[in-house]
Design a protein around this ligand. Structure first.
Ligand code: JDE
Length: 229
């Protein structure tokens, strides 16, 4: 998978080298390219924002740099990319979204800042790829960069070969629509707290039933919304 990221803070994405995705990049499973939006400006101050038409507080990201940046990153695309803009006004990002996007050949992420991006950019981008505004949650960040880091990690780890043990991807929260069961490891007793005896019983059927019940109990308590979907 090829991933292009456009941002006015490209160095933030140096952190992707450190995470599990660093290995995926060296093995060629992931081809991650980060671009500075200011490289697509032509004025002395490398301006990327301006005041909003119609008035109002804050600044809006200008369309021209975005148009040139999106042209550039899609110019040599081997397939029609999915062009994703993190936004508080976007569709909800879930494990199902991550799974869907992990099958794409080419993802382009556009990191908005300020009060957002001139709306005409999304209309233009639709000529270049499938545009998706995606929200990580109902809160506002200063920019899309942190959201892109989270999405790239959630998507990247689902690509075969990126995570060492694919078995570990199956028994995770949200993979089966429920929260994951509690985990324990040695010692069997720690600060007078015992590991649930069923987990030491060697009875795999009883362990599986206990874990399923724990998943349901936790989901009922913490995320009843997942049970009504
Ligand atoms: C401060 O104003 C913002 C911030 C952000 C960064 O993303 C988030 O805050 C976010 C993402 N998931 N949950 C929250 C994005 C936009 C934006 C981008 C494109 C179109 N419209 C708006 C605007």
């Amino acid at each position: 998978m090829r991933i292009d990221v456009v941002s006015i803070f490209p160095t933030i994405f140096d952190a992707l080298e450190v995470s599990l995705l660093g290995k995926a990049r060296t093995t060629g499973l992931l081809d991650v390219r980060v671009h500075d939006l200011r490289d697509y400006t032509h004025d002395r101050h490398r301006t990327v924002d301006d005041t909003p038409y119609g008035g109002g507080a804050g600044m809006v990201m200008k369309p021209e740099p975005w148009g040139e940046a999106l042209d550039d990153v899609t110019r040599d695309a081997e397939s029609r990319p999915v062009i994703i803009f993190p936004s508080p006004a976007g569709e909800r990002f879930t494990q199902a979204t991550a799974r869907e996007l992990s099958t794409a050949s080419h993802l382009v992420f556009g990191c908005g800042r300020y009060e957002g991006i001139d709306e005409r950019v999304f209309d233009y981008a639709d000529e270049l790829g499938d545009v998706r505004l995606i929200s990580l949650g109902d809160y506002v960040l200063n920019g899309g960069e942190v959201a892109v880091m989270a999405m790239v990690e959630a998507i990247g780890r689902l690509i075969p070969g990126v995570v060492g043990n694919p078995e570990s991807l199956v028994e995770e929260s949200h993979e089966d629509g429920l929260l994951e069961y509690p985990s324990f490891t040695k010692p069997a007793v720690w600060r007078e707290r015992e590991v649930p005896p069923v987990l030491l019983s060697g009875n795999h059927g009883a362990v599986a039933s206990w874990r399923r019940e724990q998943q349901l109990e936790r989901t009922r308590e913490r995320r009843p919304d997942l049970l009504s979907d």
